[in-house]
Design a protein around this ligand. Sequence first.
Ligand SMILES: C[S@@+](CC[C@H](N)C(=O)[O-])C[C@H]1O[C@@H](n2cnc3c(N)ncnc32)[C@H](O)[C@@H]1O
Length: 434
Amino acid sequence: MDTGVIYCDDNRQRLGHLPANSVDLIYLDPPFFSNRHYEVIWGDEAEVRSFEDRWEGGIYHYIEWMKERIFEMKRVLKPTGSLYLHCDSHASHYLKVMVDDVFGQENFRNEIIWRYRRWTGASRSFLRMHDTILFYAKDADQATFNRQFTPYTEASLARKQSYHTRIKGDDVYVTSINPKGVAENDVWEIQLLNSQSRERLGYPTQKPEALLERIVKASSNPGDIVLDPFAGCGTALVVAHRFNRQWIGIDISPTACNLMRRRIMKVGALEVRLVGMPTTMDDLRALKPFEFQNWIVDRVNGIQSNRKSGDMGIDGWTFFLHEPVQIKQSEGVGRNVIDNFETAVERAGKKRGFVIAFSYTKNSHEETARARRGGMDIQLVTVEDLLERLDEVFVRMGTSATGALPGLEAAPMPQIDSKRRSAEELVKSDEGRA
Ligand SMILES: C[S@@+](CC[C@H](N)C(=O)[O-])C[C@H]1O[C@@H](n2cnc3c(N)ncnc32)[C@H](O)[C@@H]1O
């Protein structure tokens, strides 16, 4: 089976193509039923609403949606394999009943509580400070499991030594202290990624590598295959790679797939295959607006815009020269768009900018000719150019003198942008609270 692959696809489809009994460990962190804003990764308020629509059928609709996928996951697991399902308090109890049904209650291993600390607002209930991870084996009698240990703290070692010290006559000896430390239990205290974490990429649902490290080490061995069917920004895959496991990722979002590919290459993977990304004009027309925008910025090795320049009509910047880019997922872009963009480029203190769209009207070409006479170079790039003549676009954008693609590792990782509104802020504004 191919590993080192990221599939950009609905996992329901993709899992159906994977052979039975082929994977050692599955970790999944699906969109939580509660998590209405998970899709506003880089998005706007419209995305908040589109997510809410998605579970219109309520919790049972969500559980059915998950169940079809859990069935497939059980099928692809080896008899020695395990599954870890990450959830929060809104749906974990429904999910547990459903997964018990699919895997068999006898194969339920643990309900792991991932406890963290975070800032919260005032609340009329106890503060929520944990997620739940449901751990199942395909077959409890055969499953791979490597016990994990936490080294003793100095104080607890001293306490233990005194507790276990026996004195028999002149003999003093210490009993039953495991040199590895204390065996891990089912409550895991692991820090959330905070705004200062070096690991943090800005993907709102990103999980800490330390959490995945414990799972990967406990339920797989070097050379084993780890699958994450809701891979997000690829935390499970990066950890699998670091600990010499093979890996497969699936995510429906091209933005996530591009991001995780880059992230895995940064930790030293030599080859990462990306399968199922949009490749035709029709694929690109069908993308959600924020996915389209991210795809374009990624394609030209550009830099995402922060909210402030986004408000000015600048969606991104070229890689080396940092010139403004505006992206339109439309046909027949007209003169007024070019006109407004000229103003934005001027306000950004630049003399050149790029509009990227499916097509332009004759008027807009005339407008760029007029602007050029006034010393402002507005270049009209089509989506077809990006698909068919990317090398020429790179030369036009000054990204490469020869048209050769700059190395992937040269491309900037997305920057955390403090001016961009947080997911919480977007939800608040969607509810009219901000
Ligand atoms: C909670 S995030 C995963 C975060 C990940 N654990 C990390 O650390 O980055 C859920 C991911 O599931 C993806 N997703 C949602 N529905 C999907 C589907 N039907 N098939 C594949 N991926 C899907 C979303 O695009 C999103 O990236």
